[in-house]
Design a binder for this molecule. Structure first.
Ligand SMILES: [Zn+2]
Length: 689
């Protein structure tokens, strides 16, 4: 490992004042070699700040402890934000190497903060006296969150236990980094290179995308299918070549499980054991108990109850769907049982037969640029926001920036959209930030990003989306609004800093507006003719909403159940990950024709970082909320009802973590949600159990 030369702040754009437009970091000037020095310096500054707070001879007060903590670590946060934006969206060997070096340093730093006994003593003292401190509601919430975080991190434990916790956290951080990099390596390593004659069934857009992917991989004139979800799922949906579908599908579900240096199985076993040990140290029987204690669900039993309510119905619906697909195979003279690599292909055919709707007919109407406008227009009608493109230096030419203003023309924040797949980008879609909203010292406006992996069109062609892509765009944009509309004083409570079973409410709820007919009518326009999507086509699109939902629900819910079971193990020592997955799927009676949406060896939600470990259920938990929340608009007869939108902004999109999620939801809706709207939305309400 070579130590970079020490750079002065003046030479290092990361440490200099960010004087760019909108206070953006000078992204074009930042080079990988700047990060290590910037991390070292920012970590040292934050350490000194924490030590000073902990050693303050004055008795603890809210100002000298909590406010001081909230004001500390500003450089570190800035450096981290820039670094992790790049590590996700535009990485490479140098950034990956720094990530491997820095992630244990950051974990160690976090440990030192949350296991600092003197600091915790001050917080615990304040927390015990909280009723007498004259705090307002937000201050009380911040104090309570700090106390909970310290206790959950192990601050109340003795020194030997704390040392062990610190070691566990560091190890988990580096294992998590390795996990994500292994998946990316397996994805990069695979490309199925095809000739013109292999493309039977593929519509023009899929051919064009495959040609572009081949070009990018140095095989001009040929066609490449990659393991990016859009490339791979598109191929599975359309390719008439059963042999090639099997090849692609097999590679896809084997990511992280190919033996050798990039195999994740041993790594998962180690992570699960370490998590269980951490939970026990802090006083919980399992990691799932520990994890859910600080969520809206509160207990694994509550999460499982919801999943169980859905699982039986989903399996029943999937069985009926399977029978219909098998009948289709038979009617075509096929003499084979439906396999997992057949499902998407025959489902697409059946969708076409049943609704006379095929993706290829739909796609020219779903132009990326128009769908971005549609997401913006929805935000204008709900929250009075406007978006205008601005030309500012970003980290990659494909990323674009928009200034966000409110009704009065005041600056709200900056939104950056980075939509196209490329080899330097991790798979999936996410929202992240370069700066979060707060107003503790002075008003700080957010800089929010959406990163997606849509297929880049050939030069000069418009980018076209599938309906799922368009939904993903709205989903991530909902997260972006959660960051942009945040209206809190304290950084700790800003934007998406809410429990993970609540954080998907703003995003999943936003997906509903894509399906509002007036949005589709206006923004779904044919790429060549400019014609609006015909009403009959829109009706057919909306009629297919519950089509194949048995499959989709099974594919997802199986992941959530396996996650809860894996992290619900009290003693996972010596775990054989492959065996566990097989046994657990057998236990829940997983249909043979469906594979988990994310198998454990590449389940990044659980192991790349770990934000969703024992928390994958939260997508469905949030879906209960979003289905119920959208009904609040439906009940008024206006999908943009101003009074409902106002409450939604006050208690959800703008409220960060100001309130307990159940309280926030009740304040918006007047009551807690029920599962009925979700079952109806997925077409499962009538499925026999
Ligand atoms: Zn999301």
């Amino acid at each position: 490992m070579t130590q970079p030369q020490s750079l002065s702040a003046a030479d290092n754009p990361l440490l200099a004042t960010w004087a760019g437009p909108f206070g953006l970091p000078p992204l074009a000037a930042i080079k990988p070699e700047h990060f290590r020095a910037a991390f070292d310096r920012a970590l040292a500054v934050h350490r000194a700040e924490i030590d000073a707070i902990a050693a303050d001879p004055a008795a603890p007060t809210f100002a000298n402890t909590i406010v001081a903590l909230e004001k500390s670590g500003r450089d570190l946060e800035r450096v981290c934000n820039v670094f992790f934006v790049l590590a996700g969206a535009d990485t490479g060997d140098e950034i990956e190497a720094i990530e491997r070096e820095v992630s244990p340093l950051l974990a160690r730093h976090g440990n030192a903060l949350y296991l600092n006994a003197k600091l915790y003593a001050r917080i615990a003292d304040l927390h015990a006296r909280r009723a007498t401190l004259g705090l307002d509601a937000e201050q009380a919430r911040v104090l309570d969150r700090y106390n909970t975080r310290f206790v959950r991190a192990g601050a109340a434990l003795d020194k030997p236990k704390q040392d062990r916790l610190a070691a566990i956290n560091e190890k988990l951080a580096s294992l998590g980094t390795q996990f994500g990099q292994n998946v990316l390596a397996d994805e990069k390593a695979f490309a199925l290179i095809l000739e013109e004659g292999d493309l039977a069934g593929l519509p023009d857009f899929a051919r064009a995308a495959a040609a572009a992917a081949a070009e990018e991989r140095g095989a001009p004139g040929k066609y490449a299918i990659t393991l990016a979800r859009s490339s791979c799922e598109g191929f599975l949906q359309f390719s008439a070549r059963r042999d090639l579908r099997e090849k692609v599908f097999s590679a896809w579900i084997k990511r992280g499980e190919n033996g050798g240096a990039t195999d994740n199985c041993a790594l998962i076993a180690e992570m699960v054991a370490l998590r269980a040990e951490r939970a026990r140290l802090i006083g919980f029987p399992t990691y799932a108990d520990y994890r859910l204690d600080d969520q809206m669900a509160k207990t694994p039993a509550a999460a499982r109850k919801l999943l169980d309510e859905v699982w039986g119905r989903a399996r029943a619906k999937a069985a009926a769907e399977r029978d219909a697909l098998q009948a289709m195979i038979a009617s075509e003279g096929g003499n084979f049982a439906l396999a997992p690599w057949d499902w998407r292909y025959y489902a697409e055919k059946l969708r076409k037969a049943k609704f006379d709707l095929d993706e290829a007919e739909l796609k020219p109407y779903l132009q990326l640029d128009k769908m971005i406008e549609a997401a913006f227009e929805t935000a204008r009608r709900l929250f009075g926001l406007t978006f205008s493109a601005v030309d500012v230096p970003l980290y990659h030419p494909d990323a674009r920036a928009f200034e966000v203003k409110d009704k009065s023309g005041a600056h709200v924040g900056l939104f950056i959209g980075d939509y196209f797949a490329r080899p330097s980008k991790h798979s999936g879609a996410w929202m992240t930030s370069l700066r979060d909203q707060e107003k503790l010292i002075s008003p700080v406006r957010p800089v929010i990003l959406n990163v997606c992996n849509f297929t880049k069109p050939p030069a000069g062609e418009p980018a076209l989306l599938s309906f799922d892509d368009a939904r993903t765009l709205f989903h991530e944009f909902g997260h972006a609004l959660h960051g942009l509309l945040s209206n809190v004083t304290y950084p700790l409570l800003a934007g998406t800093a809410v429990p993970s079973d609540f954080v998907e409410l703003p995003s999943q709820l936003y997906e509903h507006w894509l399906e509002v007919p007036e949005i589709l009518q206006k923004y779904a326009r044919h790429a060549r003719t400019g014609e609006a999507m015909p009403k009959a086509l829109i009706d057919r699109v909306l009629a297919t909403r519950t089509f194949n939902q048995g499959f989709a629900t099974v594919e997802y819910t199986a992941c959530a159940l396996v996650d809860l079971d894996l992290h619900g193990l009290a003693d996972p020592a010596g775990l054989d990950v492959g065996q566990f997955e097989r046994d657990d799927l057998k236990r829940i009676a997983m249909p043979a024709e469906i594979v988990m949406r994310h198998r454990l060896p590449h389940f990044q939600h659980l192991f790349s970082g770990g934000g969703y470990a024992a928390g994958y259920y939260s997508y469905m938990w949030s879906e209960v909320l979003d289905a119920d929340a959208f009904e609040a608009f439906s009940e008024t007869g206006n999908a943009f009802d101003p009074a409902t939108a106002r409450r939604l902004r006050d208690y959800v999109y703008g409220a960060g973590n100001l309130r307990d999620p159940a309280e926030a939801y009740k304040a918006f809706r007047g009551r807690l949600p029920s599962v009925d709207a979700l079952l109806k939305k997925r077409g499962l309400a009538d499925a026999a159990v």
